[in-house]
Ligand binder design. Structure first.
Ligand code: 5GP
Length: 194
């Protein structure tokens, strides 16, 4: 079992509706030493890739991506902003993202100033469930003509469809913990062996 899986077993809480709460170390209070360990692990898994920028999505992705970026020297972090409405002034890339946790649809947008064809991206996010957030970020990368070198996720819920879908598209998707099953009645979490 790796460091993130151990931490999930220690501090994660399984909620109704297939939601894993990790507010005490990832989504509200943030354990930045843990994020640093995650960054070191992503640096190993994506070694040799010409990554020059990290792309994530607000809000929970920002903290993780910022610490992970320390392991990719020279790579700034760009985060997609969420907005209910878009001001289409032509200077932004946009995609639609359905939120798993909030059950609403947001537009996500990135300024054209900060993403372009020379960028080789590592996409980072906290959770992968149905893959909507990642699909939105990938769409934005495609609009920018950027190359997605890899995708790094903290927690993938392997029993939801996102992981398979993204891997089938041919992306190198690395999830540090893959939850195979969880049960809110007795609080158990089981991981896919990696
Ligand atoms: P997706 O777009 O893959 O369906 O969902 C990914 C997004 O939903 C993540 O960015 C994350 O914020 C949120 N999310 C999905 N499932 C969970 C969960 O079980 N726990 C938490 N804390 N967030 C989740």
């Amino acid at each position: 079992m790796n460091f993130l899986e151990e931490r999930i077993l220690k501090d994660g809480v399984v909620k109704e509706g297939n939601v894993l709460k990790v507010d005490s170390f990832l989504n509200h209070q943030m354990d930045v030493q843990l994020f640093d360990q995650m960054g070191a692990e992503f640096a190993k898994r994506f070694a040799g890739k010409p990554i020059n920028k990290i792309l994530t999505i607000e809000a929970s992705g920002i903290g993780i991506a910022s610490v992970v970026a320390l392991h990719f020297p020279g790579a700034p972090v760009v985060f997609a902003k969420k907005s209910q409405s878009i001001n289409l002034d032509g200077d932004i890339y946009t995609a639609e993202v359905e939120s798993f946790t909030h059950k609403n649809t947001n537009h996500v947008l990135v300024s054209k100033k900060y993403l372009g064809p020379d960028d080789h991206l590592l996409i980072i996010d906290d959770f992968l469930a149905n893959g909507c957030a990642l699909q939105g970020l990938i769409q934005i990368a495609i609009q920018a003509g950027a190359t997605v070198e890899g995708i790094g996720i903290a927690v993938e819920k392997g029993f939801q469809a996102g992981g398979r879908m993204i891997r089938n598209l041919g992306y190198q998707l690395e999830s540090l913990a893959i939850v195979e099953s969880m049960d809110d009645k007795n609080g158990t979490v089981e991981f896919r062996p990696q």
